[in-house]
Design a binder for this molecule. Structure first.
Ligand code: MRU
Length: 352
């Protein structure tokens, strides 16, 4: 199976809802579910059936297109107020990845321009906008992969955290893009995938995606990163991002900042890869990025046959952390490799 054939978010004119590959069932089961109501769509984002910053933006865009299609109103204005409520509901499911709120805003802005038109004209416009968001993401990921590949040499070891592969985006992914492109070109790389507690995106998703693509991947527990770095097995760290502030501070999956600190200690370059749709120049620094807090149960009992902690012990479960910009060697967007000072250089790497 070629990773390019993974078609994990589907919506077409004939569909009754949005069909997704349910990522909570991976790697054991490849299960596709069709989400037809706003409640199901919002819950799919919340529960990580669909996840990864660009992917949730794409999914929300198709969800709005699907909801407009099902709406019985025969004028655009009849659909619009329900669509705005749906957009608010979807955007509020996960606060950290700016791609989600941005895609929703873009769809609602486009919808607003259709006020006074027929319902079908609005539906058609929304479908086309969602397709454009998807196509743009494919192009951005492919470009990121190309830029990232220029940093790699035959035999290099790369450490990655969480999952920033095709199923977190559209195609190729961000952090995994250069690795998958290298594999396509017959280059041999070694990848160390952090398992990524507590939801195991590295174990369940990254190692699954890379194995399918024939990449040499070794799964490690998060607390083994220092050990593999110390042994000289890692030449670069590639991670994705959920939001990059104007000064280069970057929110990504919890544990990412620890990887960056270790990489600095061992003299290993640390790269953040993400589309310009993940850059939020309206925020001065990482302290302004909202960080999602998730249920305690994910730490205490998820994945275990019985609780692995006293039921009453308080747990702190932030889904993301912020890596300080001065730990980041480069930020790779579709427009190239941005190096410090990010406050000055980042605007040139963001889609105008
Ligand atoms: O909570 P998740 O699984 O949605 O977190 C995903 C990440 O942190 C990814 O690294 C990020 O969204 C980039 S995906 C290209």
């Amino acid at each position: 199976m070629n990773y390019e054939t993974i078609d994990h978010i589907r919506f077409n004119d004939g569909a009754d809802g949005v069909i997704i590959l349910d990522q909570t069932c991976l790697p054991g089961t490849e299960r596709y579910v069709c989400l037809t109501s706003l409640e199901e769509m919002a819950e799919a984002i919340r529960s990580l059936q669909v996840r990864g910053a660009p992917a949730i933006g794409i999914f929300a865009a198709f969800s709005l297109a699907a909801l407009a299609k099902k709406d019985p109103a025969d004028s655009a204005s009849g659909i619009l107020s329900r669509l705005r409520d749906a957009g608010d509901a979807l955007a509020s499911t996960r606060p950290t990845a700016v791609n989600l709120s941005r895609a929703v805003r873009r769809m609602l802005d486009v919808a607003g321009t259709c006020d006074g038109m027929t319902a079908d004209a609005l539906r058609d416009r929304l479908y086309r906008e969602a397709m454009t968001i998807l196509q743009e993401d494919i192009a951005m990921c492919r470009a990121i992969a190309g830029h990232g590949l220029t940093l790699l040499r035959e035999g290099d070891g790369i450490l990655t955290h969480c999952n920033a592969g095709p199923i977190a985006t559209s195609k190729y992914g961000t952090a995994l893009g250069p690795i998958l492109l290298a594999a396509e070109q017959g280059m041999h790389l070694r990848v160390y995938a952090d398992e990524t507690r507590p939801l195991l995106q590295g174990a369940r998703l990254t190692s699954w995606e890379l194995q399918r693509a024939g990449v040499d991947v070794t799964l490690i527990c998060d607390n083994m990163a220092a050990s593999v770095m110390k042994q000289g097995w890692v030449q670069a760290c590639f991670v994705g991002c959920d939001r990059i502030a104007a000064n280069g501070d970057t929110a990504n999956k919890i544990g990412t900042s620890g990887v960056a600190i270790l990489a600095r200690h061992y003299g290993i370059p640390f790269y953040v890869l993400g589309p310009s749709s993940s850059v939020d120049l309206s925020l001065a620094n990482g302290a302004e990025i909202p960080i999602e807090l998730r249920p305690e149960e994910e730490i205490r009992s998820r994945w275990y046959a019985e609780d692995m902690a006293p039921a009453s012990v308080p747990c702190y479960n932030p889904a993301f952390d912020v890596t300080d910009h001065d730990l980041i060697t480069g930020i790779i967007t579709e427009n190239g490799i941005c190096t410090p000072p990010y406050g000055q250089n980042l605007p040139d790497f963001v889609k105008k």
